[in-house]
Write a protein that binds this ligand. Structure first.
Ligand SMILES: CC(C)(COP(=O)(O)OP(=O)(O)OC[C@H]1O[C@@H](n2cnc3c(N)ncnc32)[C@H](O)[C@@H]1OP(=O)(O)O)[C@@H](O)C(=O)NCCC(=O)NCCS
Length: 208
């Protein structure tokens, strides 16, 4: 496998990864044909997602929304891309406690702090200045927007999305596929697939 890296998705997240000093990025893959041959964040867009099959570099999927990212990863896997090809990106300024783990495909941007015994799954995205504390679990494809703070023992389910500056009380679960609005304070379990907003956070029925 080549030492280089391809970003999948010519997104704002891809530019944030580049701005956070990702090294060895040789190209971007995006299905938008209008982007082919253009440059995003100083890196050329060299083809659509299927071009991954003609290349050898490792891949970092830069799709900001949880479910969209999961769709792209599933598509790549369906095309025969092995999990070993997915890279992980941790910005140099992120701090990861020695007893915490970050799995393949995940992206942690500048200023993220992960303290003790936290587990971050595959293809999770953690945007700048999030705080993940002891015993937290982020299941695969979860997304924390900038400034999210999790108390200890919180679980964020698969492909859940927490908006900017949301906070979650210790030992509370956010269900798979749930959305938590910007600045919400989550005090009790958010059921799977629901959207909760406000302080204290409540189900936003009309948004579902
Ligand atoms: C909660 C959220 C998903 C709802 O988005 P939406 O479905 O497009 O909903 P709308 O913007 O149409 O708002 C619908 C209602 O919810 C309210 N609302 C939206 N976001 C809210 C929030 N974070 N807290 C409280 N109320 C909120 C709106 O005021 C509106 O209320 P109204 O019907 O009484 O006027 C969205 O506002 C949000 O918080 N997204 C996260 C954004 C983010 O963090 N982005 C990071 C990008 S890197």
């Amino acid at each position: 496998m080549s030492a280089g890296l391809l970003l999948v998705g010519a997104s704002g997240l891809a530019r944030e990864v580049l701005a956070a000093c990702a090294v060895g990025v040789v190209g971007i893959l995006d299905d938008d044909a209008a982007l082919l041959g253009t440059s995003v964040g100083g890196v050329p867009v060299i083809g659509g997602i299927e071009a991954a099959l003609q290349r050898e570099e490792r891949l970092l999927v830069c799709v900001g929304l949880s479910r969209g990212r999961r769709d792209v990863v599933r598509r790549l896997r369906g095309l025969g891309v092995a999990d070993a090809r997915f890279a992980t990106f941790i910005a140099p300024s992120a701090s990861i406690g020695a007893t915490s783990s970050v799995s393949r495909g995940s992206i942690l941007l500048d200023g993220v702090v992960v303290t003790a015994d936290a587990r971050i799954g595959e293809h999770v995205v953690v945007m700048p200045n999030c705080t993940i504390t002891h015993d937290d679990v982020l299941e695969d494809f979860a997304t924390l927007a900038a400034g999210v703070a999790l108390g200890g023992g919180v679980t964020v389910g698969e492909a859940a999305y927490l908006g900017m500056n949301a906070s979650v009380r210790q030992r509370v679960m956010v269900g798979a596929g749930a959305t938590v609005g910007m600045a919400a304070a989550v005090l009790r379990e958010v059921p799977p697939g629901e959207t909760w907003v406000g302080v204290p956070a409540r189900a936003a029925e009309v948004l579902a």
